[in-house]
Design a protein around this ligand. Structure first.
Ligand code: PEP
Ligand code: MG
Length: 759
């Protein structure tokens, strides 16, 4: 059974388009279950009607013609009940609807299973038989499994098909794709697809005009792969038995003009670029092989794929893909990492769309600090068909609009205009203190990582750096920076803000922050070797970093050092020991400096319960609410499937935040918060009420937060906090805060700007 499922799923997933996927599905299900009919009805959400989209066993002429209302017939009944319906004699059921055009009257047994994706009803999968019998448990389980697989395929195709109107034959012009807001702002421009090297699936279609040039590139790549194969063949002749060696001959033949190479050339001659042509041809062959019954021939699919990847990697080497992006580019890709766009010309990036990621992934954090409108987690975004399309990135709502109509474009342009007006108003804020109307002083710091953050932070009147993420300069290199290199980078930060304090966090790699030259492969990276755990295991890296920080601060004395991911007192002791050692070393080497203040981050639930113990060891604490939220709620901060459960306003998170500040205050240790919550004006108000005096956020949030704090009195903020303690869920707390602040006339500042809806 499992093997049958696997084969069907593979075939369906590799189908070129949805109609072929559905046809394959009904054929295979009918065969494997030995039924007389298998049909798929999909729900068209605009008209709220089911369409018969594919069938084996009913009349083909009914496909695309037969429609049922949302609650009509047995199909509608299955959709409404959201559970399988298994009937011995369907025509006798009160919900049975006579549909003569399908010829289904002769069938008695009926089993219908809803197709549901993320709680949304997409359609119904039906099998029927003429004999009067109930389908058994196994058959039901099989169909439920198939339907769950089908759901993902349909959801993807629905989203994709919406662009061209291919699904229900109704062109819709522009299309809107949902994701999550990564960084606020509106970006209007053209899609520029980036893709990881040697990944065929994510190569986009791209039309070219200089066909000769493209053919030259292709020929060069094919020649290089052939040479590679010849070399491997010689090598293999010494190591492998003759049958295995034959594989290399097969490879060579596959690259012949009358095989793959010829087909790819033909596709290029039609105006497709070499990589796109390669993807098309190779994937078609893979599909053919995979559909074969003979296991030997099926295995050839992986040979073709291997060969395709080899040609692709040669083609990609010939192309300097990311640095020369055109102006007004919306950079889109499967999983855009900070390294990808940090390398690009910032002035040309109008926006970013990433299929992976969430608002708290590091790529969003970097995008926010660079002020690039970004949508992440746009899983249904049809990447391969996007190159060159007009896009609007709505970083407020976390949406992308493809081919916007003139009205939609006009609307977004006016939002951009409003935004400019607003930021003019905020500009005057930079010089003013973060003081409430009743005289309560707050300190607003910034989170930095790139030099680009520095200018913006200073322009916006930051009073210091609450979190300098040292791993960011580590991430954009191809090896660990030397002590001297680190010293220079740190010195720039310290000098730029001097005499204001700069809190440098020691290297926090692991989790979602990989260094290309120091890979950490783990099943559960967020629960693994991360932050302080890595650096304590590598004292040479830790000592070098601390020494670089200390040297950098000589004669400036505005350095503070902070330890990430601490979960026990011994970790703090061990780290303190190393820091003192580094301090003594640099003093001995002739440096003149004060011992900097040392702090720990509270970002692991265990640390919440040991705040007082930590306070005995260190000078300050700082809450990393991004990780604290993820660990308290057991919700991966990067997983878009559970992104809706990642809630900063969750009562449990708020209580933990209150506990931390109360404990620290009892023992008189300064406490700040440097997670993204500090940069949301709504949570900033609550944090102030809880007793936090220093909030550290990305520079782009600073003026907005200051504006709101200057309007809300400290007393009022405490009342608001009192109100929310009575509430038991995040959504209610969030809307209550929205409501209160909106009533105070702060609507435009507290929340993503209202961009309206055109769906
Ligand atoms: C945090 O976890 O809140 C934090 C500030 O650190 P990072 O986002 O770099 O993990
Ligand atoms: Mg963290």
């Amino acid at each position: 059974m499992l093997e049958t499922l696997r084969r069907i799923v593979q075939e369906v997933n590799s189908a070129e388009d949805l109609p072929s996927a559905l046809t394959v599905m009904v054929q295979r299900i009918k065969e494997s279950m030995g039924t007389e009919v298998c049909s798929i009805y999909l729900l068209e959400h605009k008209s709220n009607q089911y369409y018969l989209m594919a069938t084996q066993g009913l009349k083909q002429s009914a496909v695309g013609q037969t429609r049922l209302g949302y609650a009509e017939g047995l199909v509608g009944h299955v959709g409404l009940r959201e559970e399988p319906i298994n009937l011995e004699n369907a025509p006798s059921h009160p919900k049975f609807l006579h549909l003569p055009e399908t010829g289904e009257d002769e069938f008695s047994a009926f089993l219908g299973v809803p197709i549901i994706h993320h709680r949304k009803n997409l359609g119904v999968l039906v099998v029927q038989q003429s004999s009067c019998r109930r389908f058994d448990q196994d058959e039901e389980a099989f169909l439920v499994t198939m339907s769950a697989q089908l759901a993902a395929v349909v959801a993807h195709a629905e989203a994709t098909g919406a662009i061209d109107g291919t699904l229900f034959g109704q062109p819709t012009g522009s299309a809107r794709f949902e994701g999550i807001s990564g960084a606020a702002g509106i970006g209007i421009g053209r899609a520029y697809v980036v893709y990881p090297p040697a990944n065929l699936k994510s190569v986009p279609d791209r039309t070219i005009t200089d066909i000769k040039k493209e053919l030259r590139l292709l020929n060069k790549a094919i020649k290089a792969v052939r040479q590679d194969m010849a070399r491997l063949k010689i090598k293999a002749s010494k190591q492998l038995p003759p049958e295995e060696q034959a594989l290399f001959e097969v490879y060579e033949r596959m690259l012949d003009d009358n095989a793959l190479a010829g087909e790819i050339r033909a596709k290029v001659s039609e105006g497709q670029w070499a990589q796109g042509a390669l993807r098309y041809v190779v994937q078609t062959h893979i599909r053919t092989f995979e559909a074969m019954d003979d296991p030997y021939l099926r295995a050839r699919a992986s040979d073709v794929k291997d060969l395709g990847l080899r040609v692709l990697s040669f083609l990609q080497e010939a192309k300097s893909c990311v640095s020369n992006i055109p102006p007004n580019a919306i950079v889109v890709g499967e999983d855009i990492t900070p390294t990808v766009f940090v390398d690009m010309d910032r002035g040309n990036i109008a926006g970013i769309v990433s299929l992976q990621g969430s608002s708290n992934s590091h790529m969003s954090i970097v995008a926010r600090s660079l002020g690039i409108p970004t949508v992440v987690g746009a899983a249904e975004f049809p990447l391969s068909r996007m190159e060159g399309r007009d896009l609007v990135v709505d970083g407020y709502r976390g949406e992308v609009v493809v081919s916007p109509s003139p009205e939609i474009r006009k609307h977004y342009k006016s939002v951009m205009e409003d935004e400019r007006e607003l930021s003019k108003e905020l500009d005057g804020m930079a010089e003013l203190a973060a003081e409430t109307p009743d005289g309560h002083q707050m300190v607003l710091h910034v989170n930095t990582g790139l030099m680009a953050d520095v200018t913006l932070s200073l322009e916006r009147g930051a009073e210091g750096v609450g979190l300098y993420r040292t791993e960011i300069p580590f991430m954009v290199r191809d090896r660990f920076p030397s002590e001297m290199e680190q010293m220079e980078i740190y010195r720039q930060q310290l000098e730029a803000f001097h005499p204001k304090p700069v809190t440098m966090r020691t290297l926090d790699v692991g989790g979602d922050k990989a260094l290309p030259y120091f890979p950490i492969i783990e099943e559960n990276p967020f629960l693994g070797w991360r932050g302080i755990r890595v650096t304590l295991d590598h004292p040479e890296i830790f000592l070098q970093q601390v020494r670089a920080m200390l040297w950098a601060s000589e004669s400036l004395d505005n350095l503070k050092i902070m330890l990430p991911m601490v979960s026990s007192v011994t970790e703090v002791e061990d780290a303190m020991h190393l820091i003192h050692r580094a301090y003594l070393e640099v003093l001995e080497e002739g440096a003149h400096l004060e011992m900097p203040k040392i702090g720990v981050m509270i970002e692991v639930p265990a640390a919440v319960y040991q705040v007082k113990e930590f306070c005995q060891q260190v000078d300050f604490i700082s809450v990393g609410s991004n990780d604290l939220t993820q660990y308290l709620l057991a919700v991966d901060r990067n997983n878009r499937r559970v992104a809706n459960l990642y809630q900063g306003f969750h009562p449990a998170v708020l209580r933990a935040l209150q506990d931390i500040v109360s404990q620290a205050k009892e023992v008189g240790t300064p406490v700040s918060i440097c997670g993204e919550m500090a940069g949301d004006p709504r949570s900033a108000v609550l944090l102030m009420a809880m007793g936090y005096e220093t909030l550290s956020m990305s520079a782009s949030s600073l003026l907005r937060v200051k504006w709101v704090l200057r309007k809300i009195s400290y007393e009022r903020s405490k009342e608001m906090l009192g109100e929310i303690w009575k509430m038991d869920n995040a959504a209610v707390i969030q809307s209550h805060l929205d409501y209160v602040l909106e009533k105070e006339g702060l609507g435009g500042f507290i929340r993503p700007m209202h961009t309206g809806s055109h769906s």
